[in-house]
Write a protein that binds this ligand. Structure first.
Ligand SMILES: Cc1cc2nc3c(=O)[nH]c(=O)nc-3n(C[C@H](O)[C@H](O)[C@H](O)COP(=O)(O)OP(=O)(O)OC[C@H]3O[C@@H](n4cnc5c(N)ncnc54)[C@H](O)[C@@H]3O)c2cc1C
Length: 451
């Protein structure tokens, strides 16, 4: 609570919580300080979560981020606030702001990424006078609600699910009634400056998803006005909709969930409302079930930290894969001997999205058919997926590479059989040109993972 006397100035560092509604970290900041500065740092050259592979966000990811930030900025403006967007590394820009404003408090959402954790730790060590606050905003449950310590996270998803699925998911918060004031003196031209720094290509094309909390909420509400949730379990494994515009075979919540434009608790609230009106069934339960998978990977990343990015994974397994640059290129471009893989990769490159079934197949192919080091596949998806989420991406890749949480060891999909089941008429393959440019894999030259 705010105390009378000395004025407190706080910094709110937005990361993967790009919303005002149901943002407990922002609500906490609003309750505790008198003046609040809000910032988001776009990394000038994005660093892969693995910290070793410099990578460039795809234009789809950039566009989604740009739209999200514009939307967030507008919402903050209605509260007399303005978002500072800087294209600099947090460890360059945050110290500059700390000197300028003399913050008493810094707030951020609890982050599962190792790189993000280290930055936070560095800042805490450097500025002992400031009160640092991290709040769980990205998960269904808070850390304190988990029935185990993080270092005792169950080794399998099934065990985790049985331990948490009866915990009541808290209702989403209302938006803070009033945010503390910002700083008006610096505001001139900020918007124009950061808008101009997003490449033009990021603002022009026709995306399948529009970024921002407003678009995310609209999608959430629309989804539950249809009866898609009642058939989700039967349709969720599809590779694509019947037409390019038909997307509800799965929920498509992931783009907004991953950057925090909507919260998992908001989804559960809508799901319960839907169940109370339309009735609960296996399919509506399965949406919750899949969100528990997401939850598992979030706490898995918090628990295993740097091991999430290690070749040997959390198991200290010894994969026999390596890195073949030409094979890797062909996989990225959708130019392998496997039509279903090509179609999936071309869909990803064109839209920034791929179905869950598609992701499982391309990852299995990457590791088991192409014999490639799984981390390069994960890094490529990090670059391309507009729903990139550090915990879900790297956790799922580990799982499929046999170095993660899968009690079965490894998963190799029979691509011919999968094609017969999921694309028997080859509609998906034809739509995305999976049969074109099938090339053999003849390269044998290997390159090691950069250290
Ligand atoms: C190799 C690989 C990489 C992946 N990378 C990501 C990623 O970067 N970001 C991401 O959000 N998901 C990732 N996933 C999980 C899953 O593929 C996507 O969440 C899902 O396809 C998103 O579409 P949807 O919202 O329509 O999912 P739905 O089927 O409608 O599921 C509802 C929600 O449950 C969660 N969910 C579903 N399946 C999974 C899963 N296997 N793991 C974790 N959460 C899940 C998602 O939040 C999703 O939005 C990956 C899966 C694989 C196999």
């Amino acid at each position: 609570m705010k105390a009378a006397g000395v004025k407190k100035t706080g910094l709110f560092w937005f990361t993967h919580d790009l919303r005002v509604e149901d943002n407990p970290a922002l609500t906490k900041a609003a309750a505790e300080v008198d003046q609040l500065i809000c910032i988001y740092c776009v990394q000038p050259k994005a660093i892969s979560s693995a910290q070793q592979l410099p990578n460039q966000l795809s234009s789809k990811r950039q566009q989604f981020l740009f739209e999200t930030l514009v939307d967030l900025d507008k919402t903050l403006e209605q509260q007399g606030q303005q978002l500072i967007v800087r294209f600099e590394y947090p460890l360059d820009v945050l110290p500059e702001l700390i000197t300028q404003y003399d913050f008493s408090h810094i707030y951020r959402s609890h982050n599962a990424g190792e790189y993000e954790r280290k930055i936070w730790q560095t800042l805490r060590n450097r500025y002992a006078m400031i009160e640092f606050n991290q709040v769980d905003t990205h998960t269904l449950f808070e850390k304190s609600e988990l029935p185990f310590a993080l270092d005792e996270l169950p080794q399998s998803f099934s065990k985790f699910r049985r331990m948490v699925e009866k915990i009541t998911v808290k209702a989403p918060l209302e938006k803070p009634l009033l945010l503390p004031v910002g700083d008006s003196k610096n505001h001139n031209n900020w918007q124009a400056q950061w808008h101009n720094q997003f490449p033009e290509m990021a603002k022009n094309n026709q995306p399948i998803f529009r970024g921002g909390a407003k678009a995310g909420r609209a999608h959430l509400e629309n989804y539950f006005t249809t009866n898609s949730a009642s058939t989700y379990k039967e349709t969720r494994n599809a590779l694509d909709g019947d037409s390019l515009s038909e997307i509800n075979y799965s929920t498509k919540f992931s783009p907004w969930l991953s950057n925090g434009s909507i919260s998992p608790r908001q989804i559960i609230a809508q799901l319960h409302q839907y169940e109370s009106q339309a009735g609960a069934n296996d399919s509506t339960y399965w949406i919750f079930f899949e969100l528990l998978w997401r939850e598992y990977f979030q706490w898995y990343a918090h628990s295993h930290r740097a091991k999430l990015f290690k070749f040997n994974g959390i198991k200290n397994a010894n994969p026999t894969t390596s890195f073949y640059p030409e094979r890797f290129q062909k996989w990225c471009q959708g130019n392998t001997p496997f039509p279903i893989i090509n179609a999936c990769m071309k869909q990803l490159n064109a839209t920034g999205y791929m179905s869950n079934r598609g992701r499982q197949l391309v990852a299995s192919c990457f590791v088991h058919e192409l014999n490639l080091d799984w981390r390069y596949g994960a890094a490529y998806m990090e670059q391309q997926l507009i729903d990139f989420d550090v915990a879900s991406n790297w956790g799922n890749w580990q799982y499929l590479a046999g170095v993660g949480a899968d009690p079965r060891g490894h998963r190799r999909f029979d691509l011919e059989k999968q094609t017969q089941i999921y694309d028997p008429e080859r509609v998906f393959i034809t739509r995305w040109g999976g049969d074109q440019h099938l090339e053999n894999l003849d390269s044998r030259d290997t390159v090691d993972w950069p250290i």
